[in-house]
Design a binder for this molecule. Structure first.
Ligand code: NAP
Length: 292
């Protein structure tokens, strides 16, 4: 079986080009650019890279990005105060608080504090509820969680149909696994969600026509998990030391799965770029929705 390795460069560029066009239209109509506020707390090197990439992508696509940097010593109340201020600012369309926050800081409280109309990550309970009630509407016009929405675009572009198929998601997090399952369901797949307490994980995964791995464990999914001909989506981002060098690897053992799966997203250059592209799309949507 030949495995199609689906790099997302073209698709993410296409998604960003569409967002850029919309951002230009917004600027022409409203005389300002759609604007994303990005808040970073602390000095986690990976978070620095993510935040840098997000603001850079905003600026390259006709949006403004505002950076805010707090330290753990500033305290949780300062973060709440900042989010409240950003909620009130008319010139801010999207607010993103980079995860992870310092230990013992209540991430869920911050997610719920961000005004739902500016919640470009799609984590606010109102947006999570909207996704559950009408997934297709949120995917088309709302603020869906970026990573699973990016996966849906990959499946569409890759010609992977969902109707009547069995989709298995490994992982049940609020940011990837659960919204992913809802989106796959909205595409008329029959969906199974697996997690760390799932028994017979390999056999369950081997029944999948579409297998999404969102676990956070390097090269966990081998060919023993994959039905011949299945489409495999690797959401994982894991840092590994190999030959003395830091390397980013996914949750799927690409070498093992190649030749068994019919379709596979690589890491890097797979789901990651689509997450950022959807974040930009969400920010432009938030700008239009707020000004409607
Ligand atoms: P998470 O919150 O840690 O959730 C991991 C999930 O995997 C949990 O539901 C956990 O089950 C399950 N799991 C862990 N070990 C397992 C095992 N041995 N067997 C079966 N299930 C197992 O992680 P996340 O935030 O969803 O992220 C998952 C991965 O995606 C990470 O590598 C993350 O870096 C990556 N990610 C990538 C992007 C992107 O843009 N590409 C975006 C977000 C996340 P329990 O619930 O039972 O603990």
């Amino acid at each position: 079986m030949e495995t199609r390795i689906f790099k997302t460069k073209e698709l993410s560029e296409k998604t960003l080009a569409a967002a850029k066009k919309q951002a230009e239209l917004f600027l022409a109509q409203k005389k300002r650019k759609p604007t994303l506020a990005v808040v970073l707390v602390g000095d986690d090197p990976a978070s620095h890279i993510y935040v840098g990439k997000k603001t850079e992508t905003c600026k390259a696509n006709g949006l403004d990005a505002l950076d805010f940097h707090l330290t753990p010593a500033d305290g949780f109340a300062r973060l709440e105060e900042l989010v409240n201020k950003l909620n009130k600012r008319d010139d801010v369309d999207g607010i993103l608080v980079q995860s992870p926050l310092p230990k013992d800081w209540d991430e869920e409280k911050i997610q719920a504090l961000i005004h739902p109309s500016k919640d470009v990550d799609g984590f606010h309970p109102e947006n999570v509820g909207a996704l559950s009630l009408n997934t297709i509407k949120v995917l088309e016009t709302g603020l869906p969680s970026c990573t699973p929405a990016g996966v849906m675009e990959i499946l569409k572009e890759g010609g992977i149909t969902l109707r009547g198929k069995h989709a298995v998601v490994i992982g049940r997090s609020n940011i990837v696994g659960k919204p992913m399952a809802q989106m796959l369901l909205s595409g008329d797949a029959t969906v199974t969600i697996c997690h760390s307490k799932t028994t017979d994980l390999e056999a369950t995964c081997r029944r999948a026509d579409v297998l999404v791995a969102a676990i956070g464990k390097a090269r966990f999914v081998t060919k023993a998990f994959v039905k011949p001909g299945a489409a495999v989506i690797d959401v994982g981002i894991n840092r590994e030391m190999r030959d003395g060098k830091a390397k980013v690897v996914g949750d799927v053992d690409q070498e093992s799965v190649t030749g068994v799966a019919s379709f596979l997203t690589p890491v890097p250059n797979g789901v990651g770029p689509m997450t950022i592209a959807i974040l930009i799309r969400n920010t432009v949507r938030a700008a239009f929705n707020r000004s409607a």
